[in-house]
Write a protein that binds this ligand. Structure first.
Ligand code: G3P
Ligand code: CA
Length: 261
């Protein structure tokens, strides 16, 4: 039994700012999530053509902006011109895609915690992870709770670890690796351990009592995405997991700290 990794984060994490209530990954979304009482925010970060980290989930611009093509083919100046709010609703028309630095500074100014999902444009896994680490080395004070880096891409976590080994990391897993005779989760757990991760962040359906026990015994925390139903959240709390990422900032109150929702 290894000692559990330090986990100075709230249980509840607001996904992309405020889930679907505001345009994802915009500063308005994070402000709305904070108004609902959230203190820990997940975002998606990738690199612009000129090496600036900005917030967007998809590689392509079409779903969440009025642009076309691949976001990383644009400079940050061009990205800042895009309308990232009209797709959601008229109230948010003209909303900008922020830099990761802008969101991080807003979190620091408001005493909030930040989970950066390193979401590289394909082919930029290592450099995006390194850029995230370098940014936080530059702006995030050592005496504050560090941001949490997560990624589905081991190379991105490796890049972050190379330049900012002190910043905690979590391996995101949507489907457990084919076990080849090993127990479910063993291969992913070994990947996470190899990257010096503090947590595994799984599609919530994947957690079982056996897997939670195994991950905790290895010293890693157990977190889940994207949990939008009360029954699913209660199952994860009953399993003794450590974190819940949700779109439903209007349904779940982070102030509820007991074992029951
Ligand atoms: O960080 C957890 C979750 O956001 C991962 O999935 O597709 O919503 O970025 P996705
Ligand atoms: Ca994400």
């Amino acid at each position: 039994m290894t000692a559990l990794a330090a986990w100075p984060y709230p249980r509840w994490v607001a996904h992309r700012g405020a889930g679907k209530l505001a345009p994802e990954n915009t500063l308005s979304a994070f402000r709305l999530g904070a108004q609902y009482g959230y203190r820990f925010f997940e975002c998606d970060a990738k690199l612009s053509k000129d090496g600036v980290l900005f917030l967007m989930h998809d590689a392509g611009l079409e779903r969440t902006t009025n642009g076309h093509g691949t976001g990383s083919d644009l400079s940050m100046g061009e990205i800042a011109q895009l309308d990232a709010g009209s797709w959601h609703s008229r109230a948010y028309a003209g909303e900008q895609l922020p830099t990761l630095e802008a969101l991080a500074r807003w979190c620091l100014a408001n005493q909030l915690d930040l989970n950066v999902e390193i979401k590289p444009t394909p082919g930029q896994e290592l450099e995006t992870g390194r850029a995230c680490g370098e940014l936080m080395n530059r702006i995030w004070p050592q005496d504050r709770t560090p941001p949490l880096f997560t990624s589905f891409k081991p190379a991105s976590l490796q890049g972050a670890k190379d330049v900012a080994p002190h910043i905690p990391r979590g391996l995101l897993v949507d489907k457990l690796a084919d076990d080849n005779g090993a127990s479910p989760g063993d291969i992913d757990l070994q990947t996470a351990i190899g990257l010096g991760c503090s947590a595994m962040v799984l599609n919530h359906d994947l957690w079982t009592a056996e897997l939670v026990a195994k991950v905790h015994a290895a010293g890693l925390r157990c977190s889940s995405y994207t949990v939008n139903d009360a029954w699913a959240a209660q199952r994860l709390i009953d399993l003794g997991t450590d974190g819940i990422i949700t779109d439903r900032v209007d349904l779940f109150s982070p102030a509820q700290t007991g074992p029951e929702l």
